[in-house]
Write a protein that binds this ligand. Structure first.
Ligand SMILES: NC(=O)C1=CN([C@@H]2O[C@H](COP(=O)(O)OP(=O)(O)OC[C@H]3O[C@@H](n4cnc5c(N)ncnc54)[C@H](OP(=O)(O)O)[C@@H]3O)[C@@H](O)[C@H]2O)C=CC1
Ligand SMILES: O=C(O)[C@@H]1CCC=N1
Length: 311
């Protein structure tokens, strides 16, 4: 078991425990019944992003685990879902046939194989008229609609989520495909909005979104690590350095959001004339940090574009 898988399983279990505690309180129950989505939701692929979405929506009371049906190739890996009441299968077609909304949550290079499994199954007739939600980087609506064309009446919504959905702080963009109804959009939006910010974007913006918010958490983790490393170099203990780096990033992000001020103005409020901060800003500018970050977004968006092409 990889470290990441073990970590997500632990988080997943903790999330479930917290949900159980919350839902035993009556006011939460009332709120839950208002929010609840009366649909069966399928996940083809049970990796990091699928777990983040599921944990986010279960924690918010939108669905219960019994409404989730998850598939991936190794039955052992699905035990954790089963343990909490989700249905599981190694057969993707069972998930697609027995749910209303199907999240495609495999890696891009796996998608043709996963869809082929649906096409070759005995469940083809039962997969008609379904709503598919693709979270894959790179796969355009046109490609997705072509891949799923065997299933008449299928609709597709392309979304780009991120892992902080798991804690209700996600950031997701979505683009509806041809044939989706207002109800399709409304239910998918409800799922995504419940776990953070959610905006509709034109499809030609989705690769930029993939780089910015899809992969962005990784860039921010790296920055937090570097801030902590710098402070350790200057003598702070690691625990404190990381705790302060995290709180500083959180606080700065909230300042931008809450005050609505331009980031340049907020930066100027920190930089005393001839002081310590401007010396640090100078070091960052000399290192080309702004250009480096812009290059990272550009490289990531270009790579996202390539991911839909078969490799
Ligand atoms: N991770 C992220 O932050 C984000 C990811 N995405 C997108 O989400 C998708 C999934 O990424 P992520 O969750 O990170 O990837 P993971 O590798 O964590 O998950 C992929 C899952 O697919 C399973 N799988 C492999 N082959 C098949 C198959 N034939 N049928 C069904 N399931 C299969 C894997 O099972 P096993 O492990 O047993 O092989 C695994 O559970 C990608 O397309 C990515 O572009 C989008 C936004 C953010
Ligand atoms: O790295 C990737 O390709 C995916 C897309 C966004 C986050 N992870």
């Amino acid at each position: 078991m990889t470290y990441l898988r073990r970590y997500f399983m632990e988080q997943f279990i903790q999330g479930q425990k917290r949900t159980f505690n919350l839902s035993s309180c009556s006011s939460q129950k009332n709120e839950d019944s208002i929010k609840k989505i009366a649909k069966q939701i399928g996940f083809i692929g049970d990796g990091n992003m699928a777990k983040a979405i599921c944990r986010g929506i279960v924690n918010k009371g939108l669905v219960s685990y019994s409404q989730l049906y998850v598939s991936s190739p190794y039955i052992k890996n699905l035990d954790v879902w089963k343990q909490y009441g989700a249905r599981v299968s190694t057969d993707n077609s069972k998930v697609a046939a027995n749910t209303d909304i199907i999240f495609l949550a495999v890696k891009p290079h796996i998608l043709p194989e996963a869809v082929e499994q649906l096409c070759q199954s005995d469940n083809v007739d039962k997969i008609k008229n379904k709503l598919f939600v693709s979270i894959l980087a790179g796969y355009t609506l046109k490609m997705l609609e072509a891949l799923l064309s065997k299933f008449s009446g299928c609709r597709v919504i392309r979304v780009m989520p991120n892992t902080p959905m798991m804690i209700g702080e996600g950031c997701t963009a979505y683009c509806p495909g041809n044939n989706v109804s207002a109800e399709d959009i409304s239910v998918v939006k409800k799922i995504l909005e419940e776990s953070g910010v959610c905006e509709m974007v034109p499809e030609n913006h989705i690769n930029a979104v993939t780089a910015l918010s899809g992969g962005g958490p990784a860039f921010v983790y790296l920055m937090i690590e570097a801030l902590s490393d710098g402070a350790v170099k200057m003598g702070l203990h690691r625990d404190m350095a990381t705790k302060f780096a995290v709180q500083t990033v959180l606080g700065a992000a909230k300042m931008v959001k809450v005050t609505g001020k331009h980031t340049g103005e907020l930066k100027d409020e920190v930089c005393s004339a001839g002081g310590a901060t401007i010396a640090g800003i100078h070091a960052l500018e000399k290192a080309g940090v702004r250009g480096g970050i812009m290059n990272a977004i550009e490289a990531s968006a270009r790579r996202a574009l390539e991911l839909g092409k078969t490799e």
